[in-house]
Write a protein that binds this ligand. Structure first.
Ligand code: GLU
Length: 502
């Protein structure tokens, strides 16, 4: 019988959530939902030195914003809990002990100072096949001494004993056949001196306990796969080993290496999903959400980092992604991150989303900018008029300003050189006759007719009219703007602008 699909996103709560992490969560989620499976959030917090207060809540909030909700998690619970590794501490030691008893692991008593000294001697020092004989461990010390050290509670770790001259091979659903030479893999620590497991032991024990069927994770974990595979084997669980799926890296825009938060800072774009404030330094790192990305666009652009559906189609909603996603179409090669393209997705989503659905978000952004909106119907009209011009939700503030307040300044330079008393007279006459019962097309016709009657080419007057209403040379159709503003407002703006142009 096919194993039931159970996948996990297993972040360590160490800080902001990188977009690569969200993409890992997303691909896990898509695969789970497509197979009527279960998507689990497991918090890997065994490294107390890297633990950051608030990081778990932040991860949960980022996933929620993206609409990627776990079926089992520390927050929702589930039959395979606890879902925080720190709360599962008691379960790991037995496996380390079992590995020792079976000769697959050993005690190591080397002090941090001794290890440092080794690293000073040789900067490429690793604890393993070629060096373990020269270290203080249960492979080199007489057993009586080992017993004595253990019974006197001398600090020690447990390390995996990597076998010599073996090839660990496996099939990765994206990479195909992969193999590692065990001579090149070091004897990783499995259980630390504080009794906490390391990532390597905990990840295998928990993937087994939680009956994980597929491990979707970033390519940076590929070098750890041979250790994990040996642990599955040594613990006697090889038959239940999940399938491996190592996702391609997300690269810097120039393709030169993995995209880091520092690249984002340097190049001026976000790398985290949401704003993250470092609790120690108080430093704020801006996220996609607060910059004005729609979650639908964020999810869409992440899905396209390393995947496509085989056609030219680029816009997909979450339900469409669930339907169309396939591991076979995930590429092996790293995906370059292009912030301009990211904005293109956001623009497309804003443009294609109905104004009433954008309204709550826009209202919130206006509120943070101190722009109070009292008339929802008017705001709806404004959103409809300008949404095509917004790459970011925050652009609404800039684009909508003149709908809520008369321009404080006019682009005089654009108008003044060709401004005449006759033009001023035209606008005075026009503003007095503005008829709200006409639609935008009829308005335009009337404007043109009047311009010709006054001896102007209509084109000469269009730009001044726009600058009068908006303050500058931007915005949607000028008659749409005029109709939204209404006759009284138009008259006032024409008057104020005329004074500025004269
Ligand atoms: N805790 C690891 C991380 O922070 C999880 C890696 C894995 O999925 O095995 O990404």
């Amino acid at each position: 019988m096919e194993k039931k699909v159970r996948v996990r996103f297993a972040p360590s709560p160490t800080g902001g959530l990188h977009l690569g992490g969200v993409r890992t969560a997303l691909f896990n989620y898509l695969f789970a939902k497509q197979h009527n499976g279960t998507f689990i959030l497991r918090v890997e917090d065994t490294d107390q030195t890297r633990f950051v207060e608030g990081a778990e809540e932040y991860i949960v909030s980022c996933l929620k914003w993206c609409g990627i909700s776990p079926d089992e998690s520390p927050q929702t619970g589930g039959d395979f809990g606890p879902y925080r590794q720190s709360e599962r501490k008691a379960t790991y030691k037995q496996y380390a002990d079992q590995l020792i008893a079976d000769g697959y692991a050993y005690y190591a008593f080397d002090t941090p100072e001794e290890l440092d000294a080794k690293r000073k001697e040789a900067s490429n020092f690793t604890y393993g096949l070629s060096t373990r004989e020269g270290m203080r461990n249960s492979l080199t010390l007489p057993s009586a001494e080992v017993e004595a050290l253990l019974s006197s509670n001398t600090p020690h770790v447990i390390r995996i004993k990597m076998p010599a001259d073996e090839l660990v091979s496996f099939t990765d659903l994206i990479r195909g056949h992969v193999s590692f030479d065990t001579n090149l893999v070091d004897d990783k620590v499995l259980l630390k001196a504080d009794g906490m497991p390391t990532y390597h032991l905990a990840v295998v024990a928990d993937d087994k306990a939680m009956e994980i069927s597929h491990i979707f994770r970033g390519e940076e974990w590929l070098p750890s796969a041979p250790i994990h595979i040996l642990l599955w084997r040594y613990l006697g669980w090889e038959d239940e080993m999940p399938q491996w799926v190592h996702l391609p890296l997300i690269l810097k825009p120039d393709g030169n290496g993995k995209l880091s938060k520092r690249d984002g800072d340097r190049l001026g774009f976000p790398v985290y999903a949401q704003n993250w404030t470092d609790p120690k330094t108080g430093d704020l790192t801006k996220g996609f959400k607060e910059l004005g990305f729609m979650p639908e666009a964020f999810v869409n652009l992440l899905a396209m980092l390393g995947w496509n559906d085989g056609s030219d189609e680029e816009l997909f909603s979450l339900p469409e992604l669930i339907e169309k996603f396939s591991v076979e179409r995930v590429s092996k090669a790293g995906a370059k991150f292009d912030f301009e393209k990211a904005k293109w997705y956001n623009h497309a989503w804003i443009k294609n989303t109905a104004a009433n659905l954008l309204m709550p978000e826009v209202k919130e952004i206006f509120a943070t900018e101190g722009m109070a909106v009292h008339d929802d119907a008017y705001l709806l009209k404004v959103i409809d008029l300008i949404k095509d011009r917004c790459n970011l939700l925050t652009d609404f503030v800039l684009q909508a300003g003149y709908f809520f307040a008369a321009p404080e300044k006019f682009d005089v330079d654009a108008v003044k050189p060709k401004w005449t008393a006759e033009k001023a007279a035209f606008f005075e006459a026009y503003s007095a006759l503005f008829d709200m019962s006409l639609d935008a097309l009829q308005q335009e016709q009337k404007f043109k007719d009047m311009a010709l009657d006054h001896g102007f080419k209509p084109g000469e007057l269009m730009l001044p009219f726009r600058v009068m209403l908006v303050g500058g040379k931007f915005g949607p159709g000028v008659f749409d703007i005029a109709l939204a503003l209404g006759a009284k407002e138009i008259q006032e703006r024409i008057k104020a602008a005329t004074i500025a142009f004269n």
